[in-house]
Design a protein around this ligand. Sequence first.
Ligand code: PMT
Length: 221
Amino acid sequence: FVEPKLQGQHWVVTAGPTQEAIDPVRYISNHSSGKMGYAIAQAAASLGAKVSLISGPTKLEAPSGCKRISVTSAQDMHQLAMELAPNADVFIACAAVADYRVAQVAEQKIKKHEDAMQINLVKNPDIVADVAALNENRPFTVGFAAETQDVEHYAKGKLQKKKLNLIAANNVAVQGQGFNSDDNALTLYSADETIPLSLATKVELAQQLVKIISDKVSDQK
Ligand code: PMT
């Protein structure tokens, strides 16, 4: 068994949540801890890749051997991803990006008046879909699908709609895996393959995932 060698390759990984400001003291976000994406970045770096980790706000230490660039919002993450992706061999979107942001961020803290209030949201750019749509210098593009039901159906839909090479689906409704846990289980879907990766630590899963991606990238060359 020969370890894949990723020397000379540049991998870009997004990880963690995004925060979408409501006003100077409040934001919309989700439960992503960054553990899954950081483990992927670490696994790729351990095999010799140059790794750029675009990270939303997390409490984690930067993985050794990776260049971490911290961002807050989906728009920031999008801008950085579009700068780095054309120079990447592989792009892995593990971040839990907010699908919507607040249409008009209040300049001052919003005061409490009425019993109910509305916040208007507008759609964020789809980072992984925009990377996969690059005409020139398109990296091998991998997405994640975080689902609470009909996992296969929704994951395959995202694979097709976002024109990805591969999607890693996780059922985030199952206790002990998905968001914020140390363990996870993934099913990988490509156009012609289904690869289940059973419950394991995120570190172990990341190593398996990186090896599978690396094999697929060398098959393409
Ligand atoms: O961070 P942890 O606590 O370790 O948890 C890991 C995880 C559950 C966050 C991770 O395994 C995971 O599933 N990440 C993707 C979360 C997500 O937002 O999934 P989604 O099905 O909503 O998005 C589909 C894909 O599109 C993802 O690759 C996502 O990064 C990408 N996306 C989504 C919206 C957007 N505006 N831009 C994007 O690039």
